[in-house]
Design a protein around this ligand. Sequence first.
Ligand code: NAD
Length: 243
Amino acid sequence: MNDELRHIMEASDRIVFFGGAGVSTESGIPDFRSADGLYRRDSGTRVPPEEVLSRTFFLRHPDEFYTFHKANLIHPEAQPNDAHKALAALERVGKLSAVITQNIDGLHQAAGSKHVVELHGNVYRNYCMECGKRYGIDVVVAADGVPRCECGGVIRPDVVLYEEPLDQDVIAEALAELSRADTVIVGGTSLVVYPAAGLLEAFRGPNLVLINREETPYDRRASLVLHASIAQTLAPFIVDDES
Ligand code: NAD
């Protein structure tokens, strides 16, 4: 285990984790910007993934949006990895107050985390754009093309698309947690997606820890930077709190 990280964790009473797609790559879900991420692959679409995942594209071409969404963003087979498990364990023992995530895959909750602030929503929640009726993931997976509500409306995922604002209550919750934290661990995120990355400005505590395979724009501000696997780095914190 990294000694410096262990010291910081031992001295912390209110840790907040702030993560992104890199937290789930070791669960088999590709991120966007790594060398083998979705932005570097041939996605099979005629426009770049960033554009497919925009509000304008979704409203104009829901069929193509759903082809991409189903092929790349829904992973029912994925299981939490050691990073998700360690964060859930740290919450159970009272060290960690919240996980703030840009991910939409629900894996933190699957690992047992209770306080998860989802900045960009969750693919397992869906709703009708006409009547607001809420759906799970099954209707999306089962649909041949665009999933439709019984009222005839288009069902959309409850995720934040490019060009859409983040939910104000969610932002407020994230800011409140970050401003009260003594340690923030940032992991598995390129920190280039705004406004999410900008929320870190609310953190005023002594320890900013960055765990990411590649450099990020925040590296120079951090008290500890580990260019390493997030699952391997956090695995030692899977404490057995049941005993
Ligand atoms: P990103 O793809 O921009 O960056 C991921 C970062 O994680 C990269 O810097 C990469 O070096 C690092 N990384 C990848 N695997 C890692 C590992 N195992 N250990 C340590 N570091 C690792 O992702 P982002 O910053 O989260 O922003 C992209 C957007 O993509 C987010 O808004 C998110 O909603 C969305 N997204 C989510 C999922 C998901 O829910 N699992 C998957 C793809 C994209």
